[in-house]
Structures are given as structure tokens and as C-alpha cells.
Design a protein around this ligand. Sequence first.
Ligand SMILES: NC(=O)c1ccc[n+]([C@@H]2O[C@H](COP(=O)([O-])OP(=O)(O)OC[C@H]3O[C@@H](n4cnc5c(N)ncnc54)[C@H](O)[C@@H]3O)[C@@H](O)[C@H]2O)c1
Length: 246
Amino acid sequence: MRLKDKVAIITGGAQGIGFAAAKRFSEEGAIVVIADFNEAQGRNAESELQNAGAQVSFIQVDISNREQVDRLVGKVIETFGKIDILVNNAGITRDAMLTKMSEKDFQDVIQVNLTGVFHCTQAVVPHMVAAGGGKIISTSSVTGVYGNVGQTNYAAAKAAIIGMTKTWAKELGRKGIRANAVVPGFTEMSMVTTVPEKVIESIKSMIPVQRLGKPEDIANAYLFLASDEADYVNGAVLHVDGGIMM
Ligand SMILES: NC(=O)c1ccc[n+]([C@@H]2O[C@H](COP(=O)([O-])OP(=O)(O)OC[C@H]3O[C@@H](n4cnc5c(N)ncnc54)[C@H](O)[C@@H]3O)[C@@H](O)[C@H]2O)c1
């Protein structure tokens, strides 16, 4: 077991990639806290994984709200005594072309995808430092590296994840903490279900491996970066995108 008795917070773990990670981490012996905004989905995820024998609990949180994040971290410390792994996976989209993007849609995405990651990381790091180490994995996107039409807000936040990750790798490496980013490509989940079939087919044809990513593909990258096997990996930006952009 690669994560035996490690305590992991996975934001956005109620569905999609985060849920696949909660499942995968549990299979490897971790104690998983699903930290998600969506209570109904979070409870479903919790009971599905508990029924399969996993040590999983759901805590409702809006990561854009600092007080809620502090409460989440306090609860996890009170219950489990430590936090070994933080996966900053929660994210939203509010797409529009630049000239049509509302101030609210811009700020909402920044508040969740960027400020939310700052909140969670800043809240867990003192506990990791006190314990002598930890792993921080944050989810960027190919959009944050190469840009994408209609995603000014999302691209800004996802590019910032890479800058923050490299900064944390430099600031926290000597304290035993490893900070890395994962860059998913087009992955089969709710964020892409709104895309027309024709567009999906044309995206697939541009990917060297000729398929979309599966949530498990991304979860496996999180798992590697969360494990002891990645102790010398710090400040890395790991693309899991089938080679769509090189
Ligand atoms: N699916 C893709 O193609 C793709 C590609 C690149 C990057 N990503 C990134 O991967 C991550 C997961 O994506 P997904 O496709 O699984 O998304 P998803 O929409 O299926 O799941 C996101 C989860 O985050 C939760 N969430 C949203 N706002 C929150 C908040 N304020 N506080 C707490 N939880 C909140 C949602 O409730 C949901 O459970 C995101 O960061 C996304 O930007 C996804």
C-alpha cells in the first residue's frame, strides 16, 4: 500500500477526477477527507466509498471562503491529528469570450480556482511543517499553459497554480514539503459533457493517444506525487494529457 495511514484532503472529491482520486487513495490505504461544496454529491461519494471498505469522510466546504477552510482543517486535525497530503483539485468554469465575460464570472473563477487553492494550502502548511513534511498537489490545466478560447478567467487561475506551486516548492522544500502541479488535458467528466460530440471527436483526433483522459489517469498522477516514491519530485509540472501539447 502506497499511502498506508496517510491523511489526505482532496478538494472537489465529490465527483469527477477528485472522486477517482479519493477512490484510488483509499485503495492504497489512505484516510481520505472529501472536501467539497456539493453536499448531496459529497454524501453519495462518502457512502459509496465507505461501502467498499474505505476510510473516507465528507466535509462540506466552499474553498473560496477562508473561514470555512480554516474550520475544515481544524476538524481534520481534531479528528485525525495530522494532514499528510493536500490535493487542490476543486475547480469551476464560467466560460465566455473576453469581450463578453462579466466581472462576476471572472472573479468567481479566480475566487475558487486561485484564491481557494491559496486558502487551502496556507491553512494546511503549518500542520505539515510541525509534522516535518507533507505533499501538496495542485491541479492546473492545459488551458493554463497554452491558453484557450473563451477561458480568460480559467487560464489566469490555472497559470497561477503553476507559479504558486514553484514558489511553494522553493519556500517549503527545506521543511520536508513537496509541492507539485498536475496538468490534465481533456478529461471525460462533467466539465466536458457540455461540449458537442463533433468537437470531442476533433479534439480526440488531435491527441497523439487518440482518446480523452479518464479521471483515473489523473488520479494515478496524484497518487504518484502523494506517495513516498515522489520524495525527490518538487516543483514539477506533470502533464497528463495524452501528449496533446508538447
Ligand atoms: N475535466 C477536464 O477536462 C479538466 C481538464 C483540465 C483540468 N481540469 C481540472 O481538474 C479538476 C477537477 O475537474 P473535474 O473535471 O473533475 O471537475 P468536476 O466539475 O467534475 O468536479 C469539480 C468538483 O469541485 C467541487 N467544487 C466546485 N467549487 C467548489 C468550491 N468552491 N469549494 C469546494 N468544492 C468545489 C464541485 O462540487 C465538484 O465536485 C479541476 O480543477 C479542473 O479545473 C479538468
